[in-house]
Design a protein around this ligand. Structure first.
Ligand code: MN
Ligand code: MN
Length: 291
């Protein structure tokens, strides 16, 4: 794929060959529809940098993720800023290839819009969305497909009962009415704070053995834990609560995941490290459950 630029070192600082990998990272520096703070294009690089400075041994899982899962990093996808559709086609193509090769695609965003393209390859899956926002607007600032409408567009093809929103705490009146009408399953940040393990248990029950795509919008964390995001929203969960959620979700039948909305120009490094840590926790849970 000539529109992927190799980046070395890759996630975690390791360089496993693609053939041996179970999880395959790709950076998608998409940064075109931000309504407030831009800079998500710098996120894949910063997450990789942070990942190389964290332990790869997971105390929670009792294993080293790089010994237990083959992990490879293809590099960064070329983003055509004026043509979202062209970028979207590339996202779909790389996700399809990795998935058909029996591997789990792991996308380092970029803005949340990219999830729309990635999940087109997983029409049978549940979508678990960790996010402060519901992203259910029909249109935002004239755009039908952007970071604020991405889940609404996903629902154009995904049945509403297969979207599960976790950590949400902000939406418009129109989004609230739409969500109520469509009976969209949602757990607010306060519900997660009041009982992370019961939220995980409910998600597990809803999903059963079906495939799950996990999208982590980093603003699900409270701004005190992850200040460097495109749209900070007070009243969020802590890093520890997010780690617990992710540990539970990582044991499900995961077919792909992404981490989006980190905005490095507004970060002191804390948020990039939080992103990398959440990813490691997910990899640890995946490795632990496939043992
Ligand atoms: Mn958000
Ligand atoms: Mn979002």
């Amino acid at each position: 794929m000539e529109w992927i630029t190799q980046v070395r070192p890759g996630f975690g600082g390791f360089d496993e060959p693609y053939e041996r990998a179970k999880v395959v990272f790709v950076g998608v520096p998409l940064d075109v529809t931000s309504s407030y703070r831009s800079g998500t294009r710098f996120a894949p690089g910063r997450i990789r940098e942070a990942s190389a400075n964290l332990e790869t041994y997971l105390m929670s899982a009792g294993l080293d993720v790089f010994e237990s899962l083959g992990i490879s990093d293809l590099g960064d996808l070329t983003v055509t800023p004026t043509e979202l559709a062209a970028t979207g086609d590339r996202i779909r193509e790389v996700v399809r290839k990795v998935s058909l090769d029996g591997k789990v695609p792991a996308i380092l965003g970029g803005e949340h819009t990219l999830t729309y393209f990635a999940v087109q390859e997983f029409r049978d899956a549940f979508l678990v969305q960790l996010d402060a926002h519901r992203d259910l607007r029909e249109e935002y600032l004239g755009d039908r497909l952007c970071h604020a409408t991405v889940m609404r567009r996903v629902l154009d093809t995904l049945p509403a009962e297969r979207l599960i929103q976790v950590g949400v705490r902000s939406c418009s009146k129109e989004e609230a009415e739409f969500a109520r009408r469509e009976k969209i399953r949602a757990y607010s940040s306060e519900q997660v704070m009041d009982g992370t393990s019961s939220v995980v248990a409910e998600i597990r029950k809803l999903v059963g053995g079906a495939r799950v795509y996990l999208t982590i919008d980093l603003d699900v964390l409270d701004p005190s834990f992850a200040p460097g995001v495109a749209t900070p929203e007070p009243g969020g969960i802590s890093t520890v609560q997010a780690l617990r959620l992710i540990r539970g979700i990582g044991e499900l039948n995961l077919c792909g995941f992404d981490v989006v909305e980190l905005a490095p120009p507004h970060d002191d490094g804390t948020s990039a490290f939080a992103a990398a840590r959440l990813i490691y926790e997910l990899l640890g849970a995946m490795a632990g459950s496939s043992k």
